[in-house]
Each structure stands twice: as C-alpha cells, then as structure tokens.
Design a protein around this ligand. Structure first.
Ligand SMILES: Cc1ncc(COP(=O)(O)O)c(C=O)c1O
Length: 415
C-alpha cells in the first residue's frame, strides 16, 4: 500500500487523514511519511547489497534535522554543500566519517570545520580549491582526503538548470585537466587522494548518461593506476530521477545492475549521493483553496501556498501532480492553481482538471525534495511547518514561522 492513499474517498498519509492534519496544523504545510523515506533508503541500500558502497544522502534535497536523523539511524552518510549543512548533519547525529563535501565554492572556514570534525572526503571542484584545502590542512598539520570531481561533458537530458555535467556548466574539472590536477594533488604533502567524483545532473530518466559518466571515471582510475596513484572509491553523485508525471526513470534495480556490470570485479567502493530519489515522493504539500476566480480565458484556484513555499514550478516550470484530498463525483473544471504572491510566475500548477470548490483542501504531490528547502519569506510570508507522519503518530519537526521569528533579526535605525 502506498504511504499516501485514499480511504473512504479521503487522502491519508499513512494512518492519518489529510483533513485531520490540516485541521490540527493549518495550511500550507509540508507532510512527510516516515515509512516512505525509510523504504526509499532501504530500496537503494538493498539494490547494492552485494557491492561495496556507501549512500551519502544529499542534504540539499530535504535538510530537516528529523529527516537527517531518521536516515542517520539507518546508517546513511551525507553529501553536504555548505557549512550549514555540515552542522545540520552533526546535530542530527550523522557520522562525520560518512560525510562527503561537494560544491564549487567552499569557503575557508567551512573547509577548516570539515577537517576538524573529520569528514570522509572533500569532492574538489578546481585546482584553486585543491590548493586552498592543502594550505588549510598544512596549517593544522593534517591530511585532507580528496576526490576530484570530473566534469565528463555528458548531456544528462534533463532541465537545463539542473544539468551539471556539461562542459559549459560551472561544475567539476574538465576531462582534459583532470589527470594533471591529480598529479598536482599527488605532490601535495597534506592531501590524500582517495577517490574520483562526478555528478552530472538531477532528475535523470535514462541510464545512458550515468554509464557514460562512469566510463569516464573508470578511465581516470585506470590511467592513475598506471601512474601509481590508487583510487579507493568512485562517487557517482546523485541524480536518479523520480516519477512526477509520466516519466519512466530506471528502477533502482536497473540502475544498480548497469553500474555493477561496469564495475565488474574491480575492488572499488562506490559512493552515491541520492537526494530526490529518497525524499521527493515521501512528501506532499497541503494547501487550501482561498478563492475560485474566473476571467474570459481561465479559471483560477487561488490557494494559500505560493511560490515562496514551493519554488519548483516557477523556477523550472516543473510539473507536480495536484489532487483534491476528498474525491468527488462532480464534473471537473480546468484550473490554474496559483498563490497570493504578486508575481505572474507565482503558480503551482497550470490547466489541471479538478472537481473543486472554495475552501477545499488540495495536496501537491512529490514535494519531499527541493520543496521546503527552497522556500523563502518572499512577500513576508511565514514559512510553512514540516510534519512527519509515522503510522498513527504525527510529529511537527518544524513549526510554522511567526511574524516575530521573521523579524527577529531586523532592527530600526536609531531616532
Ligand atoms: C553534488 C550533488 N550531489 C547530489 C545531488 C543530489 O541530486 P538528486 O537529488 O537529483 O539525487 C546534487 C543535486 O543537485 C548535487 O549537486
């Protein structure tokens, strides 16, 4: 049974109705299913059970500390991209020895802190960053473990804003320069080369680009081996797509089989940085219809969630399924689902066929990844609460913001 399902025509998250959640905690609100999060993690884990590997959940996808804590309890490692994410993982009980640190713009204090807590590896994105990490490690008389992130110039066939492995993207070190950068690293006394890293994009729905990227990584491993530089792990990044609409991403078993086939008998640990795969379909956003409004061309459902709560539709023109939380037999109309923010780009969905009325409760599906984490206070709106449902139990893992919380960091000039 899906963790989000209809029972007597009403949407339930595990054993709790959406209606009850909205009545108790208000709208808009993010709701995650603990079982869905855990099932997704466990499925990834079991697909690679006979391959030496480590899952480093990509914190950016959903960084609520309760979510991180649940994954840490299952043994997950973490992929971080900032000092803030590092502190979240530590406070959530994550093991620093299972943290990989990605990102093109690591700052000196972030590098220092990561070295101090003993992370597993820095995924280095440029020679300049390598030298900075070396200098910081030298000053502390430490050894910094690194992987170099190759940009394999592979087209991941995804939205341009989430493609990261093309030559024109800012990420990684080009195929032409990667070997010489490894040789620079090899000569640095406070750097320890441990891996090769790539991440070519997000929401990939074909295996081909992953295979191309892995081929590049394996060529690097082999060339370095011939030079006497041994690599302990390949980090494949994240990027496995999920189903929002009609996409047919590879199953986790297909993804694992393709990768394992290419690794063959090599004695090589694999690291994965899945974000969306674990969290996207483990969460929904509940929102209530404030008004229905028609003009000559369109019907609008104006809801109490907006682009500040869920940015993906505005940012990427992303399509997410919207459902009424109570099934009805009325004839549906075609609506744009829009928020109260003063931007034409403030829409959550366009041209959806729904049988709805003012006051109805809607659920936007697949909101567990890149949902709350991208939310803001634009239009001085309080950010939504985050809730985890576990069977019959409900936990508020982030409260709804208040205007006092929003204004706490601001002050007036003196008279
Ligand atoms: C370096 C890195 N690793 C992992 C991820 C997670 O990607 P996804 O959520 O598509 O699995 C991202 C996301 O963009 C990333 O930049």
């Amino acid at each position: 049974m899906s963790h989000f399902h209809f029972q007597n025509n009403e949407l339930f998250v595990e054993q709790v109705s959406a209606r009850q959640l909205a009545a108790d905690y208000g709208t808009p609100c993010y709701v995650y299913s603990r079982a869905a999060l855990e099932t997704n993690y466990n499925n990834f884990q079991s697909a690679f059970h006979n391959q030496q590997h480590m899952i480093c959940y990509s914190v950016k996808a959903n960084s609520n500390i309760a979510v991180l804590n649940l994954l840490a309890r299952l043994g997950s490692g973490f992929d971080i991209v900032s000092g803030g994410e590092l502190e979240r993982v530590l406070r959530a009980g994550g093991d620093p020895g299972k943290i990989v640190f990605s990102g093109v713009g690591k700052l000196p204090d972030e590098i220092q802190r990561a070295l101090e807590v003993g992370i597993r590896c820095f995924n280095v994105e440029s020679e300049a960053e390598l030298l900075l990490i070396h200098n910081i490690a030298a000053a502390k008389n430490m050894l910094a473990p690194v992987s170099l992130r190759v940009n394999p110039d592979v087209d991941p066939q995804t939205h341009a804003y989430i493609a990261t492995g093309l030559r024109e993207n800012k990420f990684g070190i080009s195929g032409e320069r990667i070997l010489e950068t490894y040789r620079v690293a090899e000569d640095l006394a406070h750097i320890e080369i441990v891996g090769v890293d790539c991440h070519i994009g997000s929401q990939l729905t074909d295996l081909g680009p992953f295979q191309e990227a892995l081929k590049t990584c394996l060529e690097i491993v082999d060339t370095l081996a011939a030079d006497g530089i041994s690599i302990q792990h390949i980090d494949m990044g994240g990027g496995l797509g999920v189903r929002y609409r009609e996409e047919t991403p590879p199953t986790i078993e297909e993804y694992a089989a393709a990768i394992k086939q290419m690794i063959g008998h090599r004695n090589m640990e694999l690291i994965f940085e899945p974000g969306r795969y674990i969290a996207a379909n483990a969460g929904i956003l509940l929102t209530r219809i404030s008004y229905l409004k028609d003009n000559d061309l369109k019907h609008f459902a104006i809801v109490d969630a907006a682009m500040n709560d869920l940015l993906r539709p505005s940012l990427y023109n992303a399509w997410q399924n919207v459902i009424a939380t109570v099934q009805s037999n009325q004839t549906p109309g075609v609506y744009d689902i829009v928020g109260p923010v003063c931007e034409t780009s403030d829409f959550l969905a366009k041209e959806r066929s729904l049988a709805i009325q003012s006051g109805d409760l809607l659920a936007i599906e697949s909101c567990g990844a890149y949902g709350f984490v991208m939310s803001s206070n634009y239009n001085s709106r309080n950010r939504a609460p985050e809730i985890i449902v576990d069977g019959h139990d409900v936990y508020v893992v982030r409260q709804r913001e208040t205007i006092d919380m929003q204004l706490a960091l601001e002050s007036l000039l003196p008279e």
